[in-house]
Design a protein around this ligand. Structure first.
Ligand code: MG
Ligand code: ZN
Length: 219
């Protein structure tokens, strides 16, 4: 099922209240939920696809896709035969809790174990809007360079998990992993760092194991 909804952004003040409502709805149904943020091209969609591919026999997934326009990413989930809600923000550069609340109202959430919300590709304002999910993830990739933590500290502070993606490209880049790791520790010591490649599957199991533990903790 793929459904497209167009929603303009709501007021900042309303957001906290709506995020709380979303959180309550998801918690009541025992759904593990993720807000996946990161710049365009960091590999958010493929990261979600590979996660579902790994665990589709174990859990029922749903995806809410946030984009300014179009259904390009949402269509990639067709192969899984799962509920996918595309939210088009019509120019808005982030998702807010109202959009997610409307999104989940379109899903039969009784049947869902894990929900992924892919935010609009942007390292800035998604970090200012709690959308009511349980965990915030920032996907950053080797190809973006190792200065992102210092340049966009807010989104790294806001994130419980940092996925450092595209490690398969490490041999072809000047990426300084130690610097990235140290910057993250300094800016946001609580954020868990997992480096992997969604494309080759390198170290992907570390993320899968982490997710399984999170899911177990809910039961
Ligand atoms: Mg995407
Ligand atoms: Zn924005």
């Amino acid at each position: 099922m793929l459904k497209v909804i167009r929603i303009e952004k709501s007021l900042f003040e309303e957001n906290e209240k709506l995020a709380k409502e979303v959180r309550e709805i998801l918690n009541e149904k025992n759904i593990l939920s993720f807000n996946v943020m990161g710049s365009p091209g960091s590999g958010k969609t493929l990261f979600i696809e590979k996660t579902i591919e790994n665990l589709k026999e174990k859990f029922n997934f749903a995806v809410i896709e946030g984009d300014v326009e179009g259904v390009i990413d949402a269509e990639k989930f067709k192969k899984f035969n799962i509920p996918v809600i595309q939210i088009n923000t019509g120019g808005g550069c982030h998702l807010d809790a109202n959009m997610v609340k409307i999104g989940i109202s379109e899903i039969k959430i009784d049947e869902i174990d894990i929900l992924f919300v892919e935010n609009v590709g942007n390292l800035i304002c998604p970090a200012e809007f709690d959308i009511g999910t349980e965990k915030n993830i920032v996907v950053s990739s080797i190809t973006e360079g190792n200065d992102k933590v210092l340049k966009y500290p807010l989104i790294f502070k806001f994130s419980d998990i940092c996925i450092l993606n595209k490690v398969d490209l490490l041999p072809y880049s000047e990426f300084d992993f130690e610097k990235f790791e140290n910057d993250l520790k300094k800016i946001s010591p609580e954020t868990i760092l997992i480096k992997l490649s969604s494309k080759t599957g390198e170290n992907f199991f570390e993320w899968i194991e982490y997710l399984r533990r999170l899911k177990k903790g809910k039961k």
